[in-house]
Design a protein around this ligand. Structure first.
Ligand code: KIV
Ligand code: NA
Length: 275
């Protein structure tokens, strides 16, 4: 399993960091077996696993439930779990309690928190309490209703400067890495050069220290639409649909099950229904 120290070394050595989301035992197990560096139990589980149209309905209990399943499937991989909507914008005591529950119960290596502003202090005290934190800047889906939609961030000088400053503040607060979502490639490059913790991009171009994508997106599994920044590496929709429809067809025409799938007993042991 990689460590926080190894993450920094990878940045220094320009060795790219691969991160993928996972939400359950099989997705975690397969991701670990495929050799990813980091698994993120993203609150994107709201969209891709639970069928909500945003991450806002996702709860602390949802994150714990899925985080535990992921860790059971990938106990030798560095796992980061998202703190969901509003769970870290409550009182300090409640924020600590939410973070403690997620971190302890999932056995994760770090938590991820979206945003800057007040979140910077939160990152600081969670770090002091012994919980490593990954930051998340640029498009932060939990505040989509304030941002005015899912769109590219940091495109004017003021927003770009703010993003760079916030990245530095997150680093100073103790963040171990920062996810940059939907920012122009050139700006992501500047941020990556400016800070000494790794940047992990999604829709942020090739200069980030690592990349993250959503499991169900790269496998085309369950959804009908892909954002521009996703490259699909497989097509589970086709595979799953054709496999299930084949099964349905064989059940209907009784070509499944066959001898191969059936059990037998001694005919004499079979009771007679007719006396
Ligand atoms: O929830 C998620 O999947 C994420 C990634 C997009 C970084 O936060
Ligand atoms: Na997320």
């Amino acid at each position: 399993m990689i460590s926080r120290v190894k993450l920094r070394k990878m940045k220094e050595n320009k060795e790219k960091i691969s991160m993928i989301t996972a939400y359950d035992f099989p997705s975690a197990k397969l991701s670990q077996e495929a050799g990813v560096d980091i698994i993120l139990v993203g609150d994107s589980l709201g969209n891709v696993v639970l069928g909500y149209d945003s991450t806002i309905p996702v709860t602390v209990d949802d994150m714990i439930h899925h985080g535990k399943a992921v860790k059971r499937g990938a106990d030798d991989t560095f796992v980061v779990v998202d703190m969901p909507f509003m769970s870290f914008h409550v009182s300090k005591a409640d924020t600590m309690q939410n973070a403690k529950r997620i971190f302890q119960q999932t056995d994760a290596q770090a938590l991820k928190l979206e945003g800057a502003g007040e979140v910077i202090e939160t990152i600081e005290y969670l770090t002091h309490a012994g919980i490593p934190v990954v930051g998340h800047l640029g498009l932060t889906p939990q505040t989509v209703n304030v941002l005015g939609g899912y769109r590219i961030q940091g495109k004017n000088k003021k927003d770009a400067e703010e993003l760079i400053e916030n990245a530095k503040k997150l680093e100073e607060a103790g963040a171990i890495a920062i996810v940059l979502e939907c920012v122009p490639e050139s700006l992501a490059r500047l941020v990556t050069e400016y800070i000494s913790i790794p940047t992990i991009g999604i829709g942020a171009g090739k200069h980030c220290d690592g990349q993250v994508l959503v499991y169900h997106d790269i496998l085309q599994y369950g959804g009908d639409w892909l954002p521009k920044f996703v490259k699909p590496y497989g097509n589970m929709n086709e595979l799953v649909k054709s496999s299930i429809s084949h099964y349905v067809q064989e059940v209907k025409e009784v070509s499944f099950p066959t001898e191969d799938h059936s059990f037998h007993m001694d005919e004499d042991e079979l009771p007679s229904l007719y006396g």
